[in-house]
Write a protein that binds this ligand. Structure first.
Ligand SMILES: NC(=O)c1ccc[n+]([C@@H]2O[C@H](COP(=O)([O-])OP(=O)(O)OC[C@H]3O[C@@H](n4cnc5c(N)ncnc54)[C@H](OP(=O)(O)O)[C@@H]3O)[C@@H](O)[C@H]2O)c1
Ligand SMILES: [Zn+2]
Ligand SMILES: [Zn+2]
Length: 379
């Protein structure tokens, strides 16, 4: 099997003012270390976070050019001397995190997705010695190496963030599970989603549509909350027992004190009338944000929590155990997301991110055709 090349190649953005003008460029991956896995990328999902990053919605580009994409599926080409989780030839996935310190309290408690030293899959600086050193990892020109994402030919990732993919999950469906799927699976499970729980999924996009699938499979009574009537039929197909159009006047009234848990995967929470949503929460229930809009949350009064003692919470990605459990659930229960595919190219990446920006995806785009675009495809 061919080894990974010295330089990887990706569809990259140079300027957030031209956020959908991708150009195919080479980049230097991190230095190969003992726990690293080299992967030949096969496909990659397109996350709302990719769009926040390249548009500059979350702030200036962390590095330029940047290659986004953190819902990666591919084939293992080479493993470092200490790798135990996979071997060359295996089909694996990588989500939105590629390194953590493995030593801090959070890492030791299986909260590596909250490690203060974590490295995101793209746009984060690497330090030497698998991140344990304070010294930057530098390329031949002396510049610190930044992580680059999965709209690319290859990935190089610490094994702890590499997940074996069960055989019966197609790659184009497994890709989006790596970020969208895991990011909603983790809070649902941590909130005890299961029989007897009433769960609302708010914002039926990439994340939200996975949340409908998981919440139903975990045994909860599930509501889809969407800001138009357009997604009703599909939301019910995906797993919702009930559908609510939040654009309708007085939608919240019949749902007073109803939900144990609202999982908010919408991207525009800054425009929401949060107290109305809070009124639908059962006593001591939770409004949980995974959506990360460009703008601040609306102003709240402390009194807004007084009528039911509700909580406003949030979360980031999920841990390794949750990723493996999610894949097992999808595999055993034969669960399928709704995926659109677009072949990767400069035009393909442009089309994909523009569709996400205008909320025109049902419900996740996976970029495909990587072997053709990059001339890869080892035997
Ligand atoms: N916390 C984390 O670790 C994490 C990880 C990944 C992504 N994220 C964030 O999660 C969010 C969702 O990502 P995604 O990939 O699922 O994005 P997406 O596919 O674009 O979905 C966003 C959804 O938000 C809702 N929405 C859009 N415009 C709206 C408007 N004007 N008013 C009300 N609702 C609106 C829509 O649902 P309806 O049409 O049903 O209303 C839309 O489908 C993003 O902010 C992303 O950055 C967070
Ligand atoms: Zn993501
Ligand atoms: Zn740590």
């Amino acid at each position: 099997m061919a080894a990974a090349p010295e330089q990887f190649e990706g569809f990259m953005i140079n300027d957030s003012k031209k956020w959908s003008d991708f150009s195919k460029e080479k980049f230097t991956p991190k230095i190969f270390e003992d726990h690293d896995v080299d992967i030949e990328n096969e496909c990659c999902g397109v996350c709302g976070s990719d769009v926040h990053t390249i548009t500059g919605g979350w702030g200036k580009l962390p590095t330029a050019p940047i290659c986004v994409g953190h819902e990666i599926i591919g084939k293992v080409l080479r493993v470092g001397s200490k790798v135990t989780v996979c071997k060359p030839g295996d089909r694996v996935g990588v989500g939105a995190q590629v390194q953590s310190c493995m030593k801090c309290k959070n890492c030791k408690e299986h909260n590596e997705n909250y490690c203060p030293h974590m490295v995101d899959t793209y746009g984060a600086p690497y330090n030497l010695d698998e991140g344990h050193s304070d010294k930057p990892m530098k390329d031949k020109s002396g510049n610190q190496i930044f992580s680059q994402g999965g709209y690319s030919s290859h990935s190089r990732v610490h094994e702890y963030f590499v997940f074996p993919i069960p055989e019966n999950i197609p790659s184009i469906e497994a890709g989006p599970m790596m970020c969208a799927g895991l990011t909603v699976y983790s809070p649902l499970v941590r909130a005890g989603t299961g029989p007897g729980k009433r769960v609302a999924i708010l914002g039926i996009g990439g994340l939200g549509h996975f949340a409908l699938i998981w919440a139903r499979a975990l045994g909860a009574e599930v509501w889809a909350l969407s800001h138009s009537p357009n997604k009703k039929e599909e939301a019910l197909k995906l797993g919702a027992h009930h559908f609510v159009d939040t654009n309708e006047k007085d939608w919240a009234k019949p749902l007073a004190f109803n939900f144990d848990f609202i999982l908010n995967a919408a991207d525009m929470t800054n425009e929401f009338d949060l107290p109305t949503y809070f009124s639908t929460i059962a006593c001591n229930g939770e409004f949980h944000n995974v959506g990360l809009p460009d703008k601040p949350l609306p102003e709240l009064m402390a009194q807004n929590f007084a009528s039911n003692g509700c909580k406003l919470t949030g979360s980031h990605l999920g841990n390794r155990e949750e990723a493996l459990a999610m894949l097992k659930l999808a595999s055993e229960k034969n669960l399928h997301p709704m995926i659109e595919t677009i072949d990767i190219s400069e035009a393909g990446c442009k089309k994909a991110v523009e569709k996400v920006k205008v909320n025109d995806v049902r419900y996740r785009v996976t970029l495909t055709g990587f072997n053709k675009a990059f001339g890869t495809g080892s035997k």
